[in-house]
Design a protein around this ligand. Structure first.
Ligand code: SOE
Length: 382
């Protein structure tokens, strides 16, 4: 394998770990033409960068992301930094002719996301937003079943993403991981961090969301800021509920919060159509539940669980043998495999930055509706 794709990693947090794991394992599991090489990494604190490089096998460290973007021996810039840095790094990477892989949400705002789309499209460089849940085999199977007409005309799409890790008012905002609570770094709270995942999957499975109306809430109004050392107002949404209309005439219902005591990452969706329904729960991610109405006899009709581990299921022929499961980390591996396959075939893998921009538009309309209380148009491309 003589061809290489050399990765420059920006960041060393949780997401940088999930991506680095995928980079390391891609060539073990997927027959792509390129060998992934972990060339360089960088981040804010030198000792953490060195530790990260040693743990994951990066060849060298740099003290500034600009050096990685400018380096001749790097092909892909992988952005795993807080949301407020995505645009600057992605635009610089595109201008330097690099491929860009970016953590979600694409940006803090639609305006920022648009500048990123403009930059990668002008440069003509491969780009992808890391909405990893699309690549959970059960969710990819749901997409295949919906496209094959197995549930027929859709009526409802409902989804949750529930966590409970910020209930204590003693949890500070700002800095490592906790930048998610700092509106200047994150742009929003659960809307950008959690609902964006559900919106991406919803629009992939059920088409564009056209209008939304939302209720957002910030339960803890002030938190100590790790960087300033002062109590500061909390500017993010702690919880967000919204209903919406899809372009195909179906209705959506979404809930996300970090205040659902007992739930660490309860991420579910259900879709109901004329001929059947599909349901998914991340806590049992190897299953897809299917209620088939059309073509089944009334006396034996019922929900069935599909154990999505067979060779004919999406991605599963790359792993073990039927019945044996894969996990959360493989969704990143599957996404990277699709990205590299897209680079090799010239057919870009989804979700591109342009697709990520559509999710950003829904998030922004949701946040706006949370403030105005009105129905808001999303402006998503139809
Ligand atoms: C937040 O807790 C978080 O880690 C998100 O940032 C991820 O995108 C989500 O997949 C899991 O939860």
């Amino acid at each position: 394998m003589s061809k290489q794709l050399r990765v420059g990693m920006i960041g060393y947090g949780f997401m940088a770990r999930t991506h680095s794991n995928a980079h390391n394992r891609l060539n073990n599991f997927f027959p792509v033409e390129h060998k992934i090489v972990l060339k360089a990494c960088t981040g804010l604190e030198a000792d953490k960068v060195s530790q990260f490089a040693a743990t994951w096998g990066y060849e060298r460290t740099e003290d500034d992301w600009r050096k990685i973007v400018a380096a001749d021996d790097i092909d892909i810039i992988d952005i795993c930094t807080p949301n407020n840095t995505h645009a600057e790094i992605a635009i610089a990477a595109a201008e330097a002719g690099k491929m860009v892989f970016c953590e979600k949400p694409l940006a803090r705002t639609v305006a920022e996301a648009q500048t990123m789309v403009d930059a990668v499209e002008k440069a003509g460089v491969p780009n992808m937003v890391s909405f990893n849940y699309r690549r959970v085999p059960a969710i990819t199977l749901a997409k295949q079943m919906i496209d094959a007409g197995r549930i027929g005309r859709p009526f409802h799409f409902r989804a949750n993403f529930l966590q409970d890790w910020t209930i204590s008012p003693d949890v500070p905002q700002g800095g490592d991981a906790l930048w998610r609570l700092d509106v200047k770094a994150a742009g929003s709270g659960v809307t950008g961090d959690l609902l964006a995942h559900n919106i991406d999957v919803a629009m992939w499975l059920n088409g564009p969301i056209t209008r939304v109306t939302a209720k957002t809430e910030t339960f803890v109004k002030e938190r100590m800021h790790n960087i300033t050392g002062k109590m500061e107002p909390v500017g993010i949404d702690d919880a967000c509920l919204f209903i919406c209309e899809f372009a195909n005439g179906s209705l959506g219902l979404f809930e996300s919060t970090r205040y659902a005591r007992g739930h660490k990452a309860l991420k579910t969706f259900e879709m109901n159509g004329e001929n059947g329904s599909l349901a998914f729960n991340l806590e049992e991610m190897e299953y897809l539940d299917f209620f088939e109405y059309k073509g089944t006899e009334a006396d034996t009709r019922g929900w069935r669980r599909i154990h999505v581990t067979n060779g004919e299921h999406p991605y599963m022929n790359r792993y073990w043998v039927p019945g044996l499961v894969i996990g959360y980390e493989h969704s990143f591996l599957n996404a990277l495999a699709d990205f590299v396959a897209g680079v090799e075939s010239g057919v870009p893998a989804e979700p591109t930055f342009r697709t990520g921009l559509q999710t950003q538009k829904v998030c922004e309309a949701v946040l706006k509706s949370g403030r105005t209380g009105a129905w808001e148009e999303t402006g998503v491309e139809l």
